[in-house]
Design a protein around this ligand. Structure first.
Ligand SMILES: [Zn+2]
Length: 296
């Protein structure tokens, strides 16, 4: 089963739910970034959230950025997603090694600790919408639910999970985001609370062979549910020499001058996928001149 996002609406469109299986894309991220298990889980949860939230947005050119800046040893993570299910991301420090938490689980909140979660929704028009919230739990799903409630005035339920195998590869990954329209009937809320309260952890359901559709049916049990076409999901990096050059020109002038004075080619690695680009001294010089930056 490849990665995809199932989605449905229910209870007469008062509820919408997106549920994903993201094992392949989280494994891809692990291989790109050589993440240790706790960061495989942390980044995997954020990537899954990104894929879900991106696919919930409208508009072909729309994109979503989730960023965590934090005091814990991971220091921060960035995930960028589009509406077509493509997502990419990285952790500032992928090499965090922490003991398991009191429940015997990977200590994601210990890797994150305190900080800020920001959500940027860019629809390709005017200025992007930027929302920000304090990290309340560091487990990511709770932080996103808090963000939806406080920053976007949307009641939601968020579940995210990554199960790391003994050989450190990704065994299961996925999650769901359920959102309620304003004025959702009490009986619908009560039913959902009952169903979600009885739900095993998300990766346990995947381990039992349940598909995202099965999980949606279980969450929506007792409520009418209408399914839409699933959306394939994948880790996709759209980096290119041109984009890398743009980033290079945006660094501080002192740093640029130093690189130019050095006279050597610059090697730049894409932070999302690790692809390496080499830009020659001559090329950089002409780029600076074209951008109106004078150094000599
Ligand atoms: Zn890349």
């Amino acid at each position: 089963m490849h990665d995809y996002i199932a989605h449905a609406s229910g209870a007469d469109h008062q509820v919408r739910i997106f549920a994903a299986t993201t094992k392949d894309l989280v494994e891809q991220a692990r291989q790109y970034h050589h993440t240790l298990p706790v960061i495989t889980a942390a980044l995997g949860r954020l990537l899954t959230a990104g894929a879900l939230m991106g696919s919930m947005m409208e508009g072909e050119d729309a994109s979503l950025t989730l960023r965590i800046n934090c005091s814990g040893p991971v220091k921060g993570m960035t995930v960028v997603a589009k509406t077509d299910g493509s997502v990419k991301g990285y952790a500032i420090n992928p090499f965090v090694d922490l003991p398991l938490n009191a429940k015997g689980k990977l200590d994601v909140s210990g890797a994150i600790d305190l900080g800020v979660l920001s959500v940027v929704r860019d629809y390709g028009l005017k200025d992007p919408y930027v929302g920000e919230t304090q990290i309340v739990s560091g487990e990511i799903a709770e932080d996103l639910a808090y963000f939806f409630a406080n920053s976007e005035q949307t009641n939601s339920s968020v579940a995210l999970g990554v199960l790391v195998d003994r050989d450190q590869s990704v065994k299961q990954a996925g999650g769901f985001i359920l959102q309620l329209m304003p004025n959702t009937e009490e009986r619908v809320i009560a039913k959902l609370e009952e169903n979600i309260g009885a739900l095993p952890p998300y990766t346990t359901m995947l381990e039992e062979g349940m598909t995202p559709e099965d999980i949606i049916r279980r969450v929506m049990e007792g409520l009418d549910t209408e399914f839409y076409d699933p959306i394939p999901a994948a880790f996709v990096c759209d980096c290119s020499e041109e984009k890398v050059e743009k980033v290079l020109l945006s660094i501080s002038r002192d740093d640029l001058k130093e690189i130019l004075d050095d006279g050597k080619p610059v090697e730049v690695a894409c932070e999302f996928c690790g692809s390496k680009y080499e830009i020659s001294h001559e090329r950089l010089k002409s780029l600076c001149e074209a951008a109106g930056l004078q150094y000599s």
